[in-house]
Design a protein around this ligand. Structure first.
Ligand SMILES: Nc1nc2c(c(=O)[nH]1)N[C@H]1C(S)=C(S)[C@@H](COP(=O)(O)O)O[C@H]1N2
Ligand SMILES: [Mo]
Length: 365
């Protein structure tokens, strides 16, 4: 998603480029049937890595905490594990999820709907660590640097993102060293990553090497890149928390190549998950007629404060072609749009999912 790439938007129907294919083959989404599980099994969780997975040895790894602090610290993985631990399900989504459906299509990782997952993450709270280090009075932000290195937007860089002091010291922000009860796998940030529940994934810096408190807002490439704008030259607004989204497990069975779905007529239970970074999902609605009529789905209890919420809907499927849609509303009143406003890098898209299905007469009819 370099500056030059972004200028080369493609129409949605134009074939995928070699560069998009290379990214799609490295990084993968969660097959939507993975929403069956409360916690996404490791390996099904989506993956996004800008550069290469860096080499890492947990024995010698350390995180340097410095900058505008009274007492700089160096913490090993053992030091982190010796601190109070917290385990919580956290739903994470890539800010570019849904990008592939925009027209023109921003050239980058060409996600459809699958850049999601819910991990059970274990780690230790960041706020007490910053408190021990003693954040100076003039501090405004905290910069998190990963060990991975590459070039993006023609700028050579380590992957780095910042948060305001207020956001970095929220209770739920942790330094995570386990996923689903095991040490982090290499691709998810082994041995330690930042985890910022509620925010799009780019904030949760993997392979965390340093935490630097700064007195000026950080303007690294990844801060500049993750902004909503219509043109390269615009300042734009920062991408932060996840907008609400509901997705359904596509019902019936797929055609291998076209992914078109067939369902047997009769009563079937549609099901899926919904989440938002702006508070709980309060409503999920389903349309079985292409978006004309909407009916409320049933909601399970939310999975903790930062995990997704299961929904179900009983559908009496009549023979013929149908289009199924689902949309979520959150506590803050955000509702998923039916048409997606476009932005340069294709971030924060949460247009409603559409699942075309062909219902065939049941064999027993
Ligand atoms: N160091 C580092 N951290 C990173 C990234 C990266 O490329 N390097 N990618 C970010 C992006 S854009 C996303 S969406 C999430 C993906 O996390 P996951 O691969 O564990 O699902 O990690 C974020 N953290
Ligand atoms: Mo991402």
């Amino acid at each position: 998603m370099s500056a030059t790439d972004a200028a080369r938007g493609l129409e949605a129907h134009e074939p995928i480029t070699d560069e998009e294919l290379a990214l799609a083959a490295r990084n993968h989404g969660m097959p939507l049937e993975g929403m069956r599980y409360d916690v996404t099994p490791t390996g099904l969780h989506y993956l996004l890595i800008h550069f290469d997975i860096p080499a890492a040895d947990a024995e010698t790894w350390s995180i340097e905490i410095g900058g505008r602090v009274a007492r700089p610290l160096r913490l090993s993985v053992g030091d982190l594990r010796a601190r109070p631990a917290v385990t919580m399900p956290v739903t994470m989504e890539c800010a570019g999820n849904g990008r592939a459906r925009l027209e023109p299509r921003p050239l980058s990782q060409a996600w459809l709907d699958e850049a999601i997952g819910t991990g059970e993450w274990t780690g230790t709270s960041l706020a007490p660590i910053l408190e021990e280090a003693g954040v100076e009075a003039d501090a405004v932000e905290v910069v998190f640097r990963g060990a991975d290195h590459g070039v993006q937007g023609e700028i050579e860089q380590d992957y780095e993102r910042s948060l305001s002091i207020a956001d970095a010291t929220r209770d739920e922000v942790i330094l995570a060293y386990e996923l689903n009860g095991h040490p982090l796998p290499p691709q998810h940030g082994f041995p330690v990553r930042l985890l910022v529940p509620g925010w799009y994934g780019m904030t949760s810096v993997k392979w965390l090497r340093s935490i630097t408190v700064v007195a000026e807002p950080f303007d690294g490439f990844q801060m500049w890149a993750y902004r909503l704008r219509q043109h390269e030259e615009e300042e734009g607004t920062p991408v932060t928390r996840m907008m609400p989204r509901a997705l359904m497990i596509p019902p019936g069975f797929p055609d291998f190549f076209t992914r078109k779905r067939t369902v047997d007529a009769g009563v079937i239970t549609l099901e899926g998950r919904a989440w938002s970074g702006w508070g709980s999902v309060t409503r999920v609605e389903v349309s079985v007629d292409g978006g004309e009529a909407w009916t409320d789905a049933g909601l399970a209890e939310p999975q903790g404060a930062h995990g997704w919420r299961a929904w179900t809907y009983e559908w009496t499927a009549e023979p013929g072609a149908h289009e199924l849609l689902v949309r979520a509303t959150d506590e803050a009143g955000n509702v998923q749009p039916s048409e997606q406003p476009w932005n340069e890098h294709g971030f924060s898209n949460n247009v409603v999912q559409r699942v075309p299905v062909l219902v065939r007469s049941s064999m027993t009819d």
